[in-house]
Design a protein around this ligand. Structure first.
Ligand code: E4P
Length: 219
């Protein structure tokens, strides 16, 4: 399973990359706004700065919602760096844009996916990645993980190439369950990745090893 970090914060991206387990980055307009990045040139420069940190796969989302606007914007984003994946919303013109980009050899991430039907449309259009939002479904009392399971099953039935990129991942249990289900990628905040490190028996065991070592050495 690949790990993407879901942030536009450069320090967090560096920290995750330095851990040696990062495969990519996802951003969205809210995450860019959180970092105070506004204006076309600043946005492009920020995407470039992210691309300079990681090896590949940086999702940059279009703001336009009409076909022509998405194509123009997506092409400009793709020109920033070969690592860019153009993120397109699951709307009618978005599906058309994904088809267009797929024929042009531009990688896409279809975002704001909340149903198996939307997942089928995106795969048929040739999306590289599909982002179903687990946490936002859980927030309204629908089972986000069940959606991941359904989509993984459907994609396996037909051998679709689109990779299931579990998004809106809020905690480590979401991530672990996605791994059990067989999601191709999980995107999540830094604390979810570092949260995987934690176990009280690891801490207690290490403290005991170090204490025993110090005792034997007469310290
Ligand atoms: C996906 O790419 C989105 O950026 C993200 O995972 C949304 O997560 P949220 O629901 O926690 O905002």
């Amino acid at each position: 399973m690949k790990f993407f970090i879901d942030t536009a914060n450069l320090d967090e991206i560096k920290e995750a990359y330095d851990l040696g387990v990062l495969d990519g980055v996802t951003t969205n307009p809210s995450l860019m706004a959180k970092e105070g990045i506004t204006g076309d040139d600043n946005v492009k420069a920020h995407y470039k700065a992210i691309c300079d940190i990681v090896d590949d796969k940086v999702s940059a989302e279009v703001i336009s919602t009409d076909f022509d606007g998405m194509i123009k914007e997506g092409k400009e984003l793709a020109k920033i760096d070969d690592k860019i994946v153009v993120k397109v919303p699951m709307i009618k013109d978005g599906v058309k844009a994904i088809k267009y980009f797929s024929e042009e050899g531009i990688r896409t991430n279809c975002t704001l996916v909340f149903s198996p039907g939307q997942a089928i449309l995106a795969a048929k259009a040739g999306a590289t990645y599909l982002s179903p939002f687990i946490g936002r479904l859980d927030d309204i009392a629908f089972d986000g993980l069940e959606l991941i399971e359904q989509i993984v099953h459907i994609y396996a039935n037909y051998g679709y190439d689109t990779q299931v990129l579990a998004a809106s991942v809020r905690h480590t249990m979401h991530l672990i369950k996605c791994a059990e289900i067989g999601a191709d990628v999980v995107t999540c905040p830094l604390n979810v990745i570092t949260g995987l490190l934690n176990h009280p028996l690891t801490d207690a065991g290490l403290a005991k090893f170090l204490a025993d070592h110090a005792k034997a050495a007469g310290k």
